[in-house]
Design a protein around this ligand. Structure first.
Ligand SMILES: CC(C)(COP(=O)(O)OP(=O)(O)OC[C@H]1O[C@@H](n2cnc3c(N)ncnc32)[C@H](O)[C@@H]1OP(=O)(O)O)[C@@H](O)C(=O)NCCC(=O)NCCS
Length: 288
């Protein structure tokens, strides 16, 4: 580059960054889609499960008999987890959100640690920081998995069964600080379970019907990569996958994304209190 090139480079830079800002302002990527009937049914199953296991963690805001907000949460061992939380858009900013969060948090009084997935909504982010959560940016991996680049299947990764639950719980205690306990019954009924269990490394992943690892825990990055590849290999070659909730502590997942030719976007935050960011680990969107 010469000094004479600076003018052209500046114009190019201004145009390129304007384009980046426009694209993020429009959220043109990945195209937001309404929740399908099937996903809505899974949401019912998970939430009814939480009302059974954690009635004191699940609250609604009621105005004249109409539900205008809700928060669901769970306590597992010494960890409190915010599962899902929203207020009706025409009621935003009137204090309902804070009241619901306080009610749900009271369920975690006896818990040392806490974890949540924060949406990019600035109201949610502000609330979580104000109650002491450390916020860690998360990434979203999106696109069609490049079939030509699929590695050979790892022969140590096998289908899991309910008999593996003790192994899963001990991995979760070690990696995320609490077992999933009763949530395995629901995850196992809705998702495919992959397990790798060897003296050198072990791990597991629950995988949805689109090939996305919805929760993944491993003792070593190599096992985590093998599990993620096995999940992605089951995706439909013509349908983009969407893997959310990847924190910076999980660069191994970004390496898989690069190799599978997925796009990497910033999206939301992992909030933790008195806990480190789990790795190698991909948190479940609801049960974390
Ligand atoms: C996040 C959400 C549940 C909060 O509910 P709410 O009823 O709007 O919350 P509140 O009225 O109690 O306000 C929360 C805080 O955000 C602040 N706030 C309001 N509008 C804001 C804005 N546009 N930007 C940033 N902060 C804002 C309020 O001042 C308040 O802070 P304060 O108590 O310190 O004054 C609600 O906005 C929502 O449903 N968002 C969409 C779904 C979502 O993202 N859920 C979170 C999933 S992790």
């Amino acid at each position: 580059m010469r000094v004479a090139d600076v003018g052209a480079a500046e114009r190019l830079s201004a145009q390129a960054y304007l384009e980046v800002d426009r694209r993020s302002a429009q959220r043109a990527w990945p195209e937001p889609a309404p929740r399908s009937g099937e996903r809505a049914a899974d949401w019912h199953t998970r939430t009814e499960h939480l009302i059974r296991t954690d009635p004191g963690g699940c609250w609604v805001a009621d105005r004249g008999g109409e539900v205008v907000g809700f928060a669901t949460s769970l306590a597992r061992e010494l960890m409190w987890i915010l599962a899902s939380y929203a207020v009706a858009p025409d009621e935003h900013g009137s204090g309902i959100g804070r009241a619901l969060l306080d009610a749900a948090r009271s369920h975690g009084r006896g818990c040392l640690r806490a974890m949540l997935n924060a949406s990019p909504d600035p109201r949610a982010v502000r609330l979580y920081r104000s109650i002491g959560f450390d916020l860690h940016p998360q990434m979203l991996l999106w696109g069609q998995v490049a079939r030509a680049d699929l590695p050979a299947p790892d022969r140590h990764v096998r289908e899991g069964s309910p008999e593996d639950v003790d192994l899963l719980d001990s991995l979760d205690r070690r990696i995320r600080g609490a077992a999933h306990g009763p949530d395995h019954a629901v995850m196992g009924s809705l998702l495919r379970l992959l397990v790798t269990d060897r003296p050198a490394a072990s791990g597991y992943a629950y995988v949805d019907a689109t090939g996305v690892p919805l929760v993944l825990a491993a003792t070593h990055r190599k096992a985590a990569r093998a599990l993620m590849w096995e999940a992605l290999a089951s995706s439909d070659p013509d349908v983009p996958v969407r893997v959310g909730h990847v924190t910076g502590a999980n660069q191994w997942a970004l390496d898989v994304a690069v190799e599978a030719r997925l796009s990497i976007f910033g999206h939301g935050f992992l909030g933790v209190r008195n806990a480190r960011v789990p790795a190698p680990y991909l948190p479940h969107p609801t049960f974390l």
